[in-house]
Design a binder for this molecule. Sequence first.
Ligand code: PHE
Length: 462
Amino acid sequence: MSKQGRPAPNEAAGKSRDGFTSSFGVLAATLGSAVGLGNIWKFPYVTGANGGAGFLVVYLLATLLVGLPVMIAEITLGRRAKADAVSTLRKLAPARQPWWLVGVAGVLAAFLIMSFYSEVAGWVFAYVFKALRGDILSSDPKLTSAAFGALISDPLQALLWQWGVLLLIGGILMCGVAKGIEAVTKKLMPLLFILLLVIGVRSLMLPGAAAGLSFLFTPDWSKLNAGVVLVAMGLAFFKLSIGMGTMITYGSYFRDEQNVPATTLRVMAADLFVSMLAGIAIFPAVFSFGFKPEAGPSLLFITIPAVFASMPMGHLFMVLFFVLSAVAATGAMLSLLEVPVSVMVGRLGISRLRATVLSLLLLALVGASCALSNSTLAGVKLFGMTFFDLFDYLSSNILLPLGGICICLFVGWVWGKSKLQAALSNDGTLANGAVVGVVYLLLKCITPLLIALVMLKGLGWL
Ligand code: PHE
């Protein structure tokens, strides 16, 4: 890293930066980051395990009061500085204030999340092939459970699927921001929506689907407690890819004429829509065939195949469902890995190719701890959790909220209202003073306080 005040090689002025080339490209890539296994794997089982609709209400509040302002702030900072997560905070902060450490923490969070995420994505890709071959086409959860157990408890298979996924993502990233990330997400996002609509409609047409809908939409407040509220907030952070520099990085690729609050609102709404559709695709089917919703992280791999196997044309829909999940996971992983890659390019001055290879190698090492969490390393537990569970818990419930608090405090108390106003109004081109006022108030006082309270209560420290 270069010394304070002296720009790193690739930070030098005048060098034209790779970035998104169209408004649709910006939307597809940003939505591609937000939408992922979070919607299809995490959202349904977390909602199922925490009481359904009551949890949903808290999650919605967390998304609006915490997720939205933090996401706007991150994108704005990145677009202003036009640099990676570490350099952005270094550039925009007053000299000698170590805000860039938030970017460093983001790189760490990216590695932790990517470690378990690429493993789940590996299972999803494996399931596309298994579904195609009809291997998991059984309506007996005991059999689907045995098939899943066989996959995750085989260390070699678990590692190979994870590394295969890493190679795919690395390959796309090497093509660059416009030719890699933007080009791929522009194709994948429309496909994702079509698949989700087809599967959602199919699920709603099943007999007994109403029970699933009422589970999703009738609140049971008795299950709510401080821990559940923390999980809902952690999910909001994870879902919107915030608190760890992803949106700073993507913001740096935004075009100058992009309306940041409007784009963010659209991404948030579309992301919620995908989660709801995933819920609508999954819960009615689960109830219709007499399964239990709170099956935990394995809902996707044990219950879902059994559900599909129970319905007419289930084989086809099962294939479509896992293709959909693979598509969603791909866009999110591109943005996760882009955080360390862009920091290495920006701070170390190495080429994109080298940065990608280096990140992949590091990830293959760290990620192996998660890939082997169900086999060789199953007995290794820290704080009572396997590496897989620990990385998941640590990132969503601690690192991302802490990162979020820092971003709020930085924009609210250090960067200040006039700079936020200038950046959010595209230097006076947009007349959005009221929006800026609300965002500023949230960032300065309400959002950081809310995050801190929920964290302290949820962790049992208050
Ligand atoms: N938002 C992604 C999802 O829901 C996960 C993610 C988290 C991506 C953090 C980037 C950064 O699947």
